[in-house]
Design a protein around this ligand. Sequence first.
Ligand code: FMN
Length: 477
Amino acid sequence: MAHRDLRSWLQSVEEMGELRRVSGAHWDLEIGYLTEAARQKPDGPALLFDDIPGYPRGYRVLTCPVRTPSRVGLTLGLPTNYSTKQLIQVLREKVADWNATFQQFAAQQVEFGPVLDNVHQGADVDLLEFPAPKWHQKDGGRYIGTGDTVVTRDPETGAVNLGTYRIMVHDRRSAGLNIEPGRHGRINLEKWHDRGQACPVLAVLGMDPLLFRVAAMPLPYGMDEYLYAGAIQGEPVRVITEPVTGLPMPADAEVVIAGWCRPGVTRMEGPFGEALGYYASKARDEPVLEVEAVYHRNEPILLGSPPSRPPNESSYFYALIESALLHNALTAAGVPDVVAVWAPEGMTRQIMVVSVKQRYPGHARQAAILASQLPAGSAYGGRYVIVVDEDIDPTNTQDVLWALGTRSDPATGIDIQRRTRGSGLDPMVRRPAPRDTLFNSRAIIDACKPFEWKAEFAEPIEFDPELLERVQAKWPI
Ligand SMILES: Cc1cc2nc3c(=O)[nH]c(=O)nc-3n(C[C@H](O)[C@H](O)[C@H](O)COP(=O)(O)O)c2cc1C
């Protein structure tokens, strides 16, 4: 069963033996460094920081929520003993269920909830009340929002959007938002600004990790992620209408801030250690969130998911969900016999591997071209799509390199696409770079046996697993 709030989620993680409590680590780099130490271990625990110097006991920070298959399972209400491959398979089916049912899970309006334990408005607002960490050595400030959920509304349709965008604390009452072009939150912001109006914004800074992960999923524009989270947890998310902005805020959240991004109001944001492993965006002017109200539970918990050189805390979840989404999208687009898809951890958009059972001339290229441009694939910031035969396991890097090294011909197997959709995080972009120049190029690499003579292709060396087992039983190695 999925969880309604962060505290019941924490209880389950503790029962699983995957929670480590840390007392006394400082917000200035120590929390970030311990998070880095935990993320370097594939089975590292979730970390709950308390007694943060300069802050009252109980003002906590949680990091590494979904670093392991077991915690991904827990967060999505799935079994906690699945392997990565099993999770991708089950996610493919679950995503289809959630897509089919999410409209039945309209958020449930309530009047009260724990998030209203403490309400600060106007001059009482103080973002410095919370122990926002400085995560990486060269960050330009303290980031209160990393594992967050930013809520905006389309002024034309009224549709609500949830997205995860980093948030830097400027001072007691203002914060910097970094939203990439094309993100749904940015589209909404621009629509308000085009009308000459301030954009109402809520930022949820601590909550059930499910809501954070759903906010960071590449769902279609116009789809309300509250409903999607409801479909995953099997019951509607409880929301309260926040009075300043009129936006729905999760009644069971830990911390919510509410305010406005006014047209033309920007301030220097960054640099920040980003998901591709660089401080690539550098510092630049970004929209300012002028905070009018803060809501928080007693002893509030910030949810942190700082990026770092991949694989990083978020990358495992992204690898699972993007692999499942792309596999489903390719199938829905009519590509037959897609056997497996893998968006390697930490490089989920930059490199994607698709295996197909080739049925007809051009089948492999069709799968690769679509994977390179479908929104569920590497449309945003992609670099390479590698297509391999069905005997290659895309999750096995050695297998994929074997196919690349033995079944691809650079002169005929690589196609280049130009002026495709780039990314603001791309370290290959020389700064300063105006955002309307963020194009990139990408390659599709066909590492499949040539279709027209695949039956004659050199036979791979295989070892009969039974015989292998028998000889080892006789002469243990
Ligand atoms: C930990 C984390 C931090 C992120 N930070 C940002 C960010 O600062 N800016 C951004 O545009 N996207 C960021 N993303 C990616 C978006 O959340 C993701 O693309 C999401 O699908 C955007 O939602 P939207 O399409 O509804 O706008 C982040 C994702 C994660 C997991």
